[in-house]
Design a protein around this ligand. Structure first.
Ligand code: DAH
Length: 357
């Protein structure tokens, strides 16, 4: 019995995997194992012998069984430890960077301009990019054979042969939105209209598609003085420089009378442009008092109402504010350019929080 105990306890101690442990179990306490064989021998013993050998064999069987169970648990623990030490995850690694898009300078500057004019009580108006003759030209006092039509390098839409109606155009300016806005709400009105416009032109400062913002304010006694105040207020806020001066130069547009081109104060120092200082001037927009014929075309009585309008290039003021030299790059979608000149999505321009980064 002592030999059996020693043999199997040693065997249990020395196995290193569950399959070998099972072999030991079968050989020791299985149905045909050594302990079972010994149990069968009990029948041939005298009752006195059996009284000693029986309990001793049962005790040995229990002892081996508990050694087997303990070993089984130890093997399972070791296997789990091995897996845990192999399959680990370092949660302290820094997260992988996520590539992010940027807000295009045109979008950013449009938001800036809208925020400033909204603060002065201007609503945003919109119109279609494919316009008809009436809104893009006639209603703005540019009749069919007016020379101003030639100045615009207009893109005309195709008409079927035999269809003699005037062709639609890609709008050459945002001024047609003046007409649409007045038709919709009448006077008084105060709106700005940012959007895409199109002209057949291409060089460092011209692209066939670009952006303008139109302004329109009609009331009972709105004058050029109001126009000048609004524009100076706008440029001071936009360039974040107090008291920017403007210069009004007499000009001509069919849709305004009188008309003025507006310059802002600037200087050139070592080839660098500085806005709002010095005695140089930079042209930034066209403007004037809305022509009576334009009010009439939009259904507003020119005897009762008057006001100003202006049109400004968004891309152009974006170039001035952010020092971007070439307009063509705006629309080439070069990722290096977009990353360099683009804005973070969280940089929403507000008057209180600042307009630029
Ligand atoms: N529509 C003109 C252009 O694109 C700009 C302009 C000039 C708009 C004078 C106006 C204005 O509203 O009054 O060249």
């Amino acid at each position: 019995m002592d030999d059996l105990r020693q043999k199997y306890l040693e065997a249990v101690a020395s196995v290193t995997d569950e399959a070998a442990l099972e072999d030991v179990r079968l050989a020791a306490v299985g149905k045909k194992g050594e302990i079972a064989l010994k149990m069968r021998e009990l029948g041939k013993m005298t009752p006195e012998e059996r009284q000693v050998a029986g309990p001793a064999l049962n005790a040995l069987k229990d002892e081996i069984n508990s050694a087997l169970a303990a070993k089984k648990e130890a093997l399972a623990d070791a296997a789990l430890d091995a897996r845990l030490s192999e399959e680990w995850l370092d949660v302290t690694l820094p997260a992988r960077g996520r590539p992010q898009g940027t807000i295009h300078p045109v979008s950013q500057v449009t938001e800036e301009v809208v925020a400033i004019f909204a603060d002065m009580g201007f609503a945003v108006a919109e119109g279609p990019q494919i316009e008809n003759d009436f809104y893009n030209f006639d209603a703005l006092n540019i009749p069919p054979h007016h020379p101003a039509r030639q100045e615009f390098d207009t893109f005309y839409m195709h008409r079927d042969e035999g269809d003699n109606r005037p062709p639609h155009v890609l709008r050459t300016h945002t001024s047609p939105v003046q007409i649409r806005a007045m038709e919709k709400t009448g006077a008084p009105i105060r709106v700005i209209a940012p959007g895409r416009v199109y002209r057949s032109d291409y060089d460092q400062t011209h692209t066939p598609m670009f952006h303008q913002i139109e302004g329109l304010a009609i009331g009972k006694d709105i004058s050029m003085a109001n126009l000048k105040w609004v524009l100076e207020e706008f440029f001071s806020a936009f360039f974040e420089i107090d008291g920017i001066k403007t210069r009004f130069r007499a000009s001509h547009f069919p849709f305004t009378e009188p008309s003025a081109e507006v310059d802002i104060q600037c200087s050139w120092v070592d080839g660098q442009l500085r806005i709002g200082e010095g005695d140089g001037w930079m042209e930034v927009l066209g403007s004037g008092m809305v022509h009576p014929k334009v009010l009439e075309a939009a259904g507003v009585d020119p005897e009762a109402w008057q006001g100003f309008a202006f049109g400004m290039g968004i891309d152009r003021i974006a170039m001035l504010k952010y020092g971007i030299p070439d307009l063509r790059a705006f629309f080439e979608s070069d990722l290096r350019w977009l990353r360099h000149y683009g804005f973070s999505a969280l940089d929403m321009p507000t008057l209180a929080g600042g307009l630029s980064r």
